[in-house]
Design a protein around this ligand. Sequence first.
Ligand code: ZN
Length: 377
Amino acid sequence: VPAVVASLAVGAAVPQLAAPLAAGAGVGLGLLQEIARWGSALPAGHLVMPAAPVAAIPSAAVLLALLLTLRRTTTVEALRRLGWTSAAVVWGWLIVVSLSDLRVRPDEGSELALHFLDVGQGDAAAIRTPGGHWILIDGGPLGRSSDAGRSVVVPYLRRHGVRRLDAMVLSHAHADHLGGFPSILDRMAVLEVIDPAIATAEPLYSGFLAQVEELNAPWMRARRGDGFMLDSVEFRVLHPDTTWDGWGQDLNENSLVLSVEYRNFRAVLAGDAGLPVEAVLAGRVGRADLLKVGHHGSRGATGARWLAELRPTSAIISVGDGNRYGHPAPEAMARLSAAKVEIFRTDQDGTIEVRTDGRAMTIHSRRGVVTHTVSEP
Ligand SMILES: [Zn+2]
């Protein structure tokens, strides 16, 4: 860092001197990065921190404390400075933690809560039952240099005091849904994995199955009609169905479509299912208060008939800002508007949290808080 500063300072006056200084600094920074990489690869060699700028404060303070104490001085003076700076660091850290998002806020309400995480172009939803059990549906995308499971989902769950997932549900084996699961499985206990289990050559999927097997986590194949109850919340698999024509073919159209019911409240999470699945399910789903829109709001999903049957009050579109697919499509947005559905988008509204006691649902997002009564079933 001093070499970088020096090279910038002399660059204007003596450019010939700036280049070797910058090159030397580059070697040093590269070495530092490698050391960090080796260190983080060791077991317990790193800590997962929420991605907030305040997270850098403690390390900066420790560095400053070291610089202050290591400057030439007597031993007594050095110890005195060390004492004061440590106290300042501890107090500073306590203030930062109590004021910021870093504080673990265990979700302790007696309501059902659905958290639609802002993971970019992909899906990840964490559901907390009234009794404090957590179910994760999809793990966010995995890109060449990004992993939403590691950088968004795990920090979010830890911040909410989640130690283990009662179930990890995969909607389908595409990287924008499955991508985050491997890092989540690495970092969090998972009691059961639920998967539509459609045969595919996706290497990400075979790697995931191998990991599940290695961890000895119970694995369940989800089919229409399957379901489970947890703290009076009913989870039902509406799709895939082995008896329909498109069975086992397109991964999107074999997405696990999930119904989540609690008292009068009902949510339908459509994965990446589109119009063909909506046609298969027609007449078999009924009213829902909340719809997690299929396939990130693509024009091949969320048809007028589907909306007329579900009559959702609110819809969530899990979508990345400026994604290359043009999601959500104007056609799907127009159909939602025509059906008078209130639309939330993770790219604009951030992480969206829906809380319900089964009679009313309250939606918290960057946009503020709205409350709707839940319709009679
Ligand atoms: Zn997708």
